[in-house]
Ligand binder design. Sequence first.
Ligand SMILES: Cc1cc2nc3c(=O)[nH]c(=O)nc-3n(C[C@H](O)[C@H](O)[C@H](O)COP(=O)(O)OP(=O)(O)OC[C@H]3O[C@@H](n4cnc5c(N)ncnc54)[C@H](O)[C@@H]3O)c2cc1C
Length: 450
Amino acid sequence: MTAMNAHVIVVAGAGPAGMAVAGTLAKAGHEVIILNRDIKFGGLAEYGIFPSKLKLRGGLRKQYWELLEQPNVHYLGNVTIGNGKDLTVEDVRGLGASAVVFTIGAQGTKAIGTEGDSAKGVYHAKDVVYHFNRLPGFGDRPFDMGKHVAVIGAGDVMVDIAHWLVRYKKVERVTAIVRRGPVERKYNPKEIRAVCNNMDLEGIRKEFDRIKDRMAAVGQKADEVFKGLTGEFTKCEPKVSETKMGFQFLASPKRILVDGHNRVRGLEMEDNRLDPKGEDTVAVGLKQYYEFPCDAVVFAVGDKVDETVGLPYKGGIFVTNPNKTGNDPDDALFQAYDEAAGKVVEGVFLAGWARKASEGLVGVAKRDGDWCAEVVERYLATKSAGNPTKVVLDRLHTLLKSRQSHPIDVKGLRKLEAAEKAHTGESDCIGEFKYASNRDMISLIERGRA
Ligand SMILES: Cc1cc2nc3c(=O)[nH]c(=O)nc-3n(C[C@H](O)[C@H](O)[C@H](O)COP(=O)(O)OP(=O)(O)OC[C@H]3O[C@@H](n4cnc5c(N)ncnc54)[C@H](O)[C@@H]3O)c2cc1C
């Protein structure tokens, strides 16, 4: 890459996908400006992955620091893009960069659509995860879980929530509410180790007995499946609470039941049966309802993108180009597309969970970012070199100043990291100390600055 054909690219979002895009493009010799809502980089690698997974998080952090130390990478945290935020999508497009890649994750919550879902004690899993990972805005907000918590879902996020409830909140009971049966559980058996010493084996056996005929109707043998499910309860982490964890299968919450103070007292549940669907099964409601008592409900059913950002949006996702044409037909998958205008949004790309909400682990988001960077490179190869970096950065800083924004650069991040590492006082954090508010972080960073 010669200076002649180097470009400036803005990457919005510094999670695993954004860092992959930035890494590949920086390595190819381009100048990359990363804008991130959170002060810290990492996205869900910092604020989603369970806080006690120090090795995984530490490894990613190290890798991301190395990228941010590159002279052609310019990081600004605490910059949110969206209507009424620090910068609009149009502001970012108007900075004069050759391309803009949105890797802002899936920040919207799926409408739960259950009557009573605004009751006290009803939470979305992402908010709870952000809370125990101390994302500013969530870290110091109270999450009152009561004694018995129903977690809706059967994936790894359900297990992470259970992990927190069993090992840190030490509630009396956690029940995973699963629309289909035990065969269709989605969590990784390794993840269940965090909670398997707290499994209510007797209760789970009874639950299998309750649903065994409905399993048999689709050729599933309850006894074998029970052995398989409980057989995964090995290498369990030492027990630290008396919490009992169980499952409620073939169950769809229809309504949240509340007391006189609009506080959760239970769920109205519909019993489901399983019908075959090709190799798979589907849940079909039986119109038989029952009350399931609980004190809090956490919906761990996946996320959607944030439609208020200002990118073309439809049905929970940002719209990408449906017309597979151009250099490589798959390039279209990453191009933002304006349906009303019937054309791609010139120079705007999407990757990671912003492209496919709740899809896969860090490795998947990283691969998506790498792939997107290749698509962007093919796009840039058709363009003559754009504006010099200084021009784009000056415009950016002028705009942020006029908006009275408070961007945090790598120097500020270093200071923050050093202070958090050195922190020895009282802390209710899991794993390692983190400041829970932007205000605290900013005042620490600014301390001693002229
Ligand atoms: C609860 C939970 C647990 C998980 N545990 C694991 C695990 O143990 N192992 C594993 O490999 N994977 C795990 N994952 C999956 C992994 O975190 C994701 O695959 C990955 O983080 C997605 O990367 P991303 O970059 O697309 O989005 P994100 O990680 O969500 O990053 C988005 C970034 O965009 C920024 N942003 C958001 N909105 C804006 C905006 N409007 N303007 C500017 N910036 C914005 C955010 O600040 C953030 O930095 C977990 C996910 C969850 C939800």
